[in-house]
Design a binder for this molecule. Structure first.
Ligand code: ASP
Length: 311
């Protein structure tokens, strides 16, 4: 059946959805788009075939360019590994303002597994990309019949076919997308990730000193995301390091290592971080806080404003 929205283009990048186990039982993303889309009404752009841990910000630009090259399509699907899907999805969301839906999907089970979930996920993604209900929604992520918005998405489990936690927009099943709520479109501009200022994430733990932070800044970081403890706290050496680097104009955003936790200045150390010039990130895990900070810096936007709105 031809989609009511026109043709759907599938851009492949690799990930578990494309894996076949080699002779040693190691999963490698070697399946091509024609194989993945067999039986589906879609065109294919074979862009990459990598585990998503290998992707760089320059690769987000390549994916973004592939989406742009399909600009007369009714919808675009991107097949992608789940490990860094939340980063690619958010970067695309921050830089894409087109009307055609861009749907990212992957799989939790290997492409050659008897219970492979990839084919069903890809079928759902093609449905979603061709759905009139998805037009104007920007970037969407789907696995196991669930549709999420990119902002606040986080890979949360490895043993569940849904894989992610985040803000559910609706469901897709039996060739039908059912939207349940409205969606944010946090567009910052047609930015290049490769040209974005360097942003590094620093883990906070008992006894953290400023060595890693200083090294990142020495390597050129213009932004730091703290993966803080609890509700956004860190030890004295980190707080002092933040104050020093803020004086030199390095942006600092504070997220938390607590799954599902919220960073806010409610304890003394968190308040000291804010007094030192850091911005609290109450709704994003560190991986997406980093992407948003890259976007804010690349756009030349006020970091406080961007995080107040989307962080
Ligand atoms: N390691 C894989 C990847 O991110 C995991 C997956 O796709 O689920 O490419």
């Amino acid at each position: 059946m031809i989609s009511p929205m026109g043709r759907v283009v599938v851009v492949t990048t690799g990930g578990t959805i494309a894996t076949i186990s080699d002779g040693d039982g190691v999963k490698r993303p070697t399946r091509r788009g024609a194989d993945l889309t067999a039986g589906l009404d879609a065109e294919v752009i074979d862009l990459m075939a990598v585990d998503s841990s290998q992707l760089t910000p320059a690769d987000w630009d390549r994916i973004r360019s592939a989406v742009a090259s399909a600009d007369d399509a009714g919808g675009v699907v991107i097949t992608h590994g789940t490990d860094t899907m939340e980063e690619t999805a958010l970067w695309l969301e921050l830089t894409y303002d087109g009307a055609a839906p861009v749907v990212i999907t992957g799989a939790m089970h290997s492409g050659d597994a008897p219970d492979a979930d990839g084919p069903g996920n890809l079928r759902d993604a093609v449905t979603l990309a061709g759905s009139a209900n998805a037009c104007g929604l920007g970037v969407l992520v789907t696995l196991a019949g669930t549709v999420w918005q990119p902002l606040r998405l986080q890979k949360a489990v490895t043993a569940d076919l849904r894989g992610f936690r985040g803000e559910v927009l609706g469901t897709v099943a039996d060739g039908l997308f059912t939207a349940q709520r409205s969606k944010d479109r946090p567009f910052l501009g047609p930015l290049s990730a490769a040209d974005a200022p360097r942003v590094d994430t620093i883990a906070v733990y008992p006894g953290t000193d400023a060595v890693a932070m200083d090294a990142c800044v020495a390597a050129g970081a213009r932004g730091i995301v703290l993966e803080a403890v609890g509700s956004g706290n860190a030890g004295r050496a980190v707080i002092d390091g933040v104050r020093r680097h803020r004086r030199d104009g390095v942006a600092v955003a504070v997220s938390t290592r607590v799954p599902g936790g919220k960073a806010s200045a409610v304890y003394g150390p968190g308040t000291d971080l804010v007094d030192a010039g850091a911005v609290m990130v109450p709704r994003l895990a560190p991986a997406q806080a980093r992407v948003l900070l890259m976007g804010a810096l690349a756009a030349g936007s006020a970091v406080e404003d961007v995080f107040a709105r989307w962080g």
